[in-house]
Unconditional design. Structure first.
Lengths: 235, 813
């Protein structure tokens, strides 16, 4: 399986995302923001960082990068896409996911080891977890406060599209403690904390982050087997 | 856009060191066009504002002799910058020589003092480069940008050596924690360091946060960066090769930071400090990130013949240093420099300290390839000049700079870069030192009962210098790049360098201004000893040193004496420990009016791990079924409290003589810890320093919410001395049951004094037998609330998170 990791100018965790994909058993393929060719990857990770300096608005410029046009099309066609931190912001700006990430309520950048409760496990990126499972993943952001209108929040919860919530403390003031969400099809996931920083005992607070990457491998294996996303919702 | 500097210059005109004459000159340039070499020859007697630019009369005379005419306005500005204290080290040079003269034999050093940063080989193929620098004055004037560009500047030094920057650290010193101005400076500095470093994608792995009234008007913002490079990628700054192209890479040049080094860094503060804000550079970390990636791509493609970063003194420094280093000349066309403001004068372009710029020397055939790489990363790259040959008789070439066909500069580059004035300034021991040293803290009233001791432990844990620093460190990204093995609050930052072999490094940076105030020679050696020990207790082998020497005005003989003593102490200490000084920085004029800061030598020590998997963390691990780990105190505890945190917190007292330094003992401790970690005999180790054993035990317990039961050895010391003495050369270690015999044998082999002081416990409390018990919840309450109360915002970090956080970093796990 080949997982593409996009590098925008200002991407910072692209190397870490590629490492995580490798450790999960995938081949990591580096994708360049200016190149619309996805080089036949089976899934894509939009990594953390400050794409284009986060000027204008986090993710607002990256969303127009040539590579994003291909990713947006492919995602609508079912390609598994994971947006981490800045990548989550890009997915929202690209309207692949609803809502927006705004300045942390306390107005500080915050880096800590954060407990999450996994909810939706029927997505391409979370099917290795069990509902209600608590995992420890580093969070580090200045603009990670998830906001959306009440109606959107209600439908996200109603349709089981919240993939994880913050527990034992909300690090940025996100509405309803939402840490990550998915699209209707379950192939596009955005998460604010950083799974790619929890994949090695030596450098991470846990190994819980690996689950996101092994999940997509299982989903893809399932997809090749029966032509649709394993555990994914019907489109 | 010209109004701002003009306004400021007129306001600042009365102060001798205002330095804005550079922009006064600019006014003339608009009126009559730039001052040229031609005009200088025609009007030899024109009065020039050299004094306002910080040049002494005799220095100005020397410039006239060198040029055999009066300097042009641009030349005058260039000399004033390059001959400033900050660039020329004119007051410190005669002392800094000792770092070379007393350098221990060392085969690892690939580049040393004089380069942008020292380079240390850590394996056949890999080298690391690291350096600490100050950005004190700008950070006081404009805390956010001052601190941010401090990070940016040191990172470019690392980049210029051919290395990929991989981490930063920041030793910070502020005035009294509860002083209103500290509430202005600290949050801005922390946000600036985080804002720049986080956006650059560099983990922040450690540093210091110290409060002391002596820094009230002069906070110290030092920044350290480390980078890694393949040995063969080491870069040079020499502008070699007649006809080679001089390329300016990175941000466009603007009016920010004009005169920064001569205005801010080379003069004491006065009431005009507020008006100097335009002398502070403004940073753009996104541009620096692009600059890093493009430079690394250029290095790997072998497209660079020479490179130098632009920092303090901007183009002036980069042009003169690269040419002087090669003995070549240079021809530069200033109108080619991309500007943010078209109206900038040649003097301003040469003096600008705009950030995120590098100067490249490339061969003509490589130019196109270089421009392509720059274009790929969206970075400006402009050919602004070319290298010219040295004189036929072997004399160095000249630096000739024109602006729209006006020749505004024609100088021997070496006269700016290397031949600046050198002063052997008068030294005098501070008049109050004898009395200060006689006023010993060992004679102060002490707590004696268990309740008094308990109250003192909690009170000290909550004091600004000893309290939990999470409020600050949570604002820094410590995970990015995925190689951070240990970060603050651990004794050292530990980084994995090679994923295959586990090769890694440990870094610690330490200083103690109070000790240095009491005895600058011993104070410098104590700073070195502490940084060395912090690296050693993690199991790494200390190999090299960088230093940032923060002092008051060199024009004050008492300050100069402190500086001379500190340098002598550090040089002697490094010789004895076999750890050479690879580079560093001197910051003078940390003085407001007559009040100088405590002399503050800050020392960074680099250590090497053959395999970072064996690093020893500071937190006691949860007790095993068989029972808790055994706790041992390494080193000798003496009745040493002068300059201690206890004397400061409980009596506001500073006097006496600092603790005894025994570098041989530090070395023995280091060798013991290295061997013990290789053999996997220790589960945790924590250096004893500020606050003594009491604070060390508390920190090791709180790290993972593990209790400890402690009994003091019968060695004649009172419980009070055991708890609060700050004797050097000590550490507390946790040894899993079954390893104790082997560990004690090892300690005996290295001759390290060791006493069994207890065990870790299931019960979450710190119990000192026959004295007191402190539940960890109560200790955490006292320890973790302080900075949040003082500065607001996020502070809490629950112990639960931490205990699980480090579950997997237990060396036995």
């Amino acid at each position: 399986m080949r997982i593409g990791v996009v590098t925008f100018p200002g991407s910072l965790d692209d190397g870490d995302a590629a490492r995580a994909a490798r450790l999960a058993g995938a081949e990591a393929v580096r994708l360049w923001h200016g190149d619309p060719d996805l080089h036949g990857v089976d899934a894509v990770v939009l990594p953390g960082g400050f794409s284009y300096g986060d000027y204008l608005r986090c993710g607002a410029i990256a969303r127009f990068a040539p590579v994003m046009e291909s990713i947006i099309d492919a995602a609508r066609g079912g390609l598994p896409v994971l947006g981490i931190c800045n990548g989550f912001q890009v997915l929202c700006e690209a309207h692949l996911l609803p809502g927006a990430l705004t300045r942390n309520q306390h107005l500080h950048f915050r880096n800590r080891d954060q407990w999450l409760k996994v909810e939706a496990t029927n997505t391409a990126w979370t099917n290795r977890f069990t509902p209600g499972q608590e995992i420890l993943i580093p969070v580090k952001n200045g603009e990670g406060c998830f906001v959306a209108d009440q109606k959107t929040l209600d439908s996200l919860e109603g349709e089981g599209r919240v993939i994880a919530r913050y527990v034992r403390g909300n690090p940025n003031g996100s509405q309803r403690d939402i840490a990550g969400i998915t699209n209707e099809a379950g192939n596009v996931v955005g998460i604010m904390p950083h799974p790619e920083h929890a994949v090695e005992a030596l450098t991470g607070p846990s190994l819980d982050g690996l689950g996101f990457f092994t999940s997509v491998l299982r989903a893809l294996a399932g997809a090749t087997a029966d032509g649709q996303l394993a555990g994914g919702q019907q489109r | 856009m010209t109004t701002q500097p003009e306004t400021v210059s007129s306001d600042a005109a009365p102060t001798k060191q205002s330095g804005f004459a550079a922009t006064d000159v600019l006014v003339n340039e608009f009126a009559e066009g730039p001052d040229t070499v031609e005009k200088a020859l025609a009007s030899p007697d024109e009065l020039q504002p050299h004094a306002e630019l910080g040049l002494k009369d005799d220095e100005y005379e020397r410039i006239r002799q060198i040029l055999d005419r009066r300097p042009t306005a641009s030349e005058l500005a260039m000399y004033s910058i390059m001959w400033s204290e900050h660039c020329s080290y004119k007051s410190s040079k005669v002392h800094l020589r000792q770092f070379g003269e007393k350098a221990p034999a060392n085969t690892r050093m690939l580049a040393g003092i004089g380069e942008n940063a020292g380079v240390v080989q850590i394996s056949d193929k890999i080298a690391v480069t690291f350096k600490v620098e100050s950005h004190n004055h700008p950070s006081y004037v404009e805390p956010y940008q001052g601190a941010a560009t401090g990070v940016g500047g040191i990172v470019r030094d690392i980049l210029a050596m051919g290395a990929r920057p991989i981490a930063v650290m920041d030793p910070l010193r502020f005035g009294a924690a509860d002083h209103p101005d500290t509430a202005r400076v600290l949050p801005g500095v922390v946000a600036g360091i985080g804002g720049y470093g986080n956006c650059l994608g560099l983990p922040n792995i450690g540093g210091e946060i110290v409060f002391d009234p002596s820094y009230q008007g002069n906070p110290l913002v030092n920044a350290l960066s480390i980078g890694v490079l393949p040995v063969e990628r080491l870069q040079k700054k020499e502008a070699t090769g007649d006809g080679n192209i001089v390329v300016l890479l990175g941000a466009r040049t603007g009016r920010d930071g004009i005169g920064g080094v001569s205005v801010l860094a080379s003069a004491t503060f006065d009431e005009e400090a507020e008006q100097r804000r335009p002398s502070v550079q403004v940073g753009d970390p996104f541009m620096e990130k692009l600059l890093i990636e493009s430079c690394l791509e250029l290095y790997d493609a072998g497209l660079v013949s020479g490179i130098q970063d632009l920092g303090g003194a901007g183009l002036t420094c980069a042009l003169t240093e690269t040419a002087a280093a090669a003995g070549t000349g240079m021809r530069v066309w200033l109108e080619r420099v991309p500007l943010r403001e078209a109206s900038m004068s040649p003097t301003e372009i040469l003096a600008s300290e705009s950030q995120e710029r590098m100067l490249l020397i490339v061969t003509p055939e490589n130019l196109d390839a270089v421009l392509k790489v720059a274009e790929k990363w969206g970075v400006w790259a402009t050919a602004i000049g070319e290298v010219t040959p040295a004189g036929a008789d072997g004399t160095p070439g000249r630096l000739v700079i024109s602006w729209n066909d006006h020749v505004v500069v024609d100088v021997p580059p070496g006269s700016l870069a290397d031949d600046g004035p050198v002063y052997a300034r008068p030294l005098r021991e501070p008049g109050d030192l004898i009395l200060l040293q006689a006023d010993r803290a060992e004679t102060l009233p002490r707590p004696s009962t268990g309740d008094e001791l308990r109250e003192t432990v909690l009170r000290m844990a909550a004091s600004p210098n000893l309290c939990d620093k999470t409020w600050v460190t949570e604002q820094y990204d410590r995970y990015v790049l995925g190689n951070t093995v240990l970060a603050q609050p651990e004794d050292s930052g530990v980084l994995r360098i090679d994923e295959e072999t586990g090769l890694g490094v440990a870094l610690s940076v330490d200083g103690n201004g109070r000790f240095a105030r009491l005895d600058p020679y011993e104070g410098a050696r104590l700073a070195l000893a502490e940084a060395y020990r912090n690296v050693a207790v993690t199991g790494a082998e200390p190999v090299a040193v960088t230093d940032c020497l923060n002092f008051g005005s060199p024009e004050d003989p008492a300050v100069m004496w402190q500086f001379a003593e500190a340098v002598r102490g550090l040089a002697d200490g490094c010789l004895q420990l076999g750890t050479p000084v690879t580079g560093g920085n001197v910051s003078f004029y940390n003085q407001t009016g007559a009040a100088a800061i405590h002399p503050t030598p800050v020392v960074g020590v680099l250590g090497i791990f053959d395999d970072v998997a064996r690093r020893v963390p500071m937190g006691f691990p949860p007790p095993a079924k068989a029972g808790g780990d055994l706790l041992y105190l390494l080193g000798e505890t003496r009745n040493e409290l002068s300059g201690s945190e206890w004397a400061w917190v409980t009596h506001g007292h500073l006097g006496g003589k600092p603790p005894k330094v025994d570098l041989a003992a530090e070395q023995a401790l280091g060798r013991l810890m290295s061997r013990a970690s290789k053999a996997g005999l220790v589960s945790a180790a924590h250096d004893l320093s500020d606050g003594g054993l009491a604070q060390a035990l508390l920190e090791s317990c709180l790290r993972r919410d593990v209790g400890a039961k402690v009994t003091f050895p019968e060695d004649g010391n009172s419980a009070f001395v055991h708890l609060f003495s700050e004797s050097a050369g000590r550490a507390v270690v946790a040894v899993p049951r079954g390893h104790d015999k082997a560990f004690l044998a090892l300690a005996a082999e290295f001759g390290v004094p060791v006493s069994a002081i207890g065990t870790t416990t299931e019960e979450q409390a710190l119990e000192v037998q026959d004295q007191f018990t402190i539940p960890l919840a109560e200790a955490r309450e006292a320890w973790s609330g302080t900075l949040k109360k003082l500065f607001g915002g996020p502070a809490e970090a629950s112990g639960a998170e931490r205990s699980v956080t480090l579950e997997l970093t237990d060396p036995r796990g």
